[in-house]
Write a new protein. Sequence first.
Lengths: 205, 205
Amino acid sequence: MDAPFHNKVYIEIVKKIRYMIEQDGLKKGDKIPSERELSERLHVGRSSVREALRALELLGLIETRRGEGTFLRDAKTNRLVELLSSFILQDEKAIKDVKETKFLIEMDCLRLIIHKKTDEKLKNLMKLVQEDLIQDEEFFLNIVKLADNHLFYRIWLILSDFYRSLNMDQGPFEKRNYEALIEALLTSDEKNVLEAYKKLRKLSI
Amino acid sequence: MDAPFHNKVYIEIVKKIRYMIEQDGLKKGDKIPSERELSERLHVGRSSVREALRALELLGLIETRRGEGTFLRDAKTNRLVELLSSFILQDEKAIKDVKETKFLIEMDCLRLIIHKKTDEKLKNLMKLVQEDLIQDEEFFLNIVKLADNHLFYRIWLILSDFYRSLNMDQGPFEKRNYEALIEALLTSDEKNVLEAYKKLRKLSI
DNA sequence: TCTCCACCAGTGGTCAGACCACATATATTA
DNA sequence: TAATATATGTGGTCTGACCACTGGTGGAGA
């Protein structure tokens, strides 16, 4: 119906749904119109609407509950990773890239933190470590958040999912390394910070 | 039909397609069975097959050509990053984050290059600069490629697109800054490299 | 014989309608 | 009032029907 010229209908629908979400200011957990309603409002067949929704679902951007409806989802836990990893990550190089990218971004975040006033929050994080309340992934989730760069945050989340799905042996959680990293951050000395990080990650470079 | 217990049919189909690809040893570019054939072989409706295929398509794992068929794509050009940009980046048009991220990634790539044997290619790049054949964007495209991390490459491409669309005033292309950056890279000294970069980008930090 | 072109089968793209399974709200009944 | 039955709305799936496009094939014409 809509654009037989170039784009496929379901792609148009994806865009329109995204636009709709933006317009109506929908948040995570909010309900989006039913398939039948979308079908009518957009003047397309329900099957096309479903193709768009299924794609978005596979990406983890929406969640459908039979008998209830379709809801926006917190993109944090997405199946995207599972899928892509099973299709892509056989490649040695790709795995290496994921790891490398994740570590480099973590280092960038550390650098960003140095130039911000985050002592208070760092001390809170320190407490969490000392009280054995968090481990590696959550620790760096906090770090990345402190860096206050939403893009890095999103990218890191995906990479972290990937990384987890690789089931790489990380060795035990050595608390003192994490404590040392925070201490280094509190000194605001880049060199110290990076050294602490490399020790934590057992990197040589 | 298949698993009425919990899983949705289209998810099962995704899995089976993946299995099929593995079994038949299909490579990128190869054709996968037609929608109708899959429908028969898997004993499901064609619409369910399509939902699965559309999802895989949106992920960039397959490519469909009307009148021809459905083909496996080079998984290396996955949509990981495009997804980030179209759904997540759009929400928070944090211009500052885009700029910051782009620059940090460029610096990461520079660091990566230092540890690789790329002198030859750097010298070629130097020639291009000297002969006025390239400007900023293409210059850094080369740099990012040299870093040899596909993930960074994809991310940078998106950021670069976005950055360009922001129409930020970059000032004139000062050739000598780019030449100096390459020279610094040839010295393999991280400090020199980063200083050259910061001068080029007029960064203070 | 060779070349060109119309035709046809196969493929993806889309729509409409019909069920089913499930969840919730509403009306009915004990 | 509380428990139950019904109605309605939702996603899940299948079927069959077209359309638009591609590529090959076979026949007409040179």
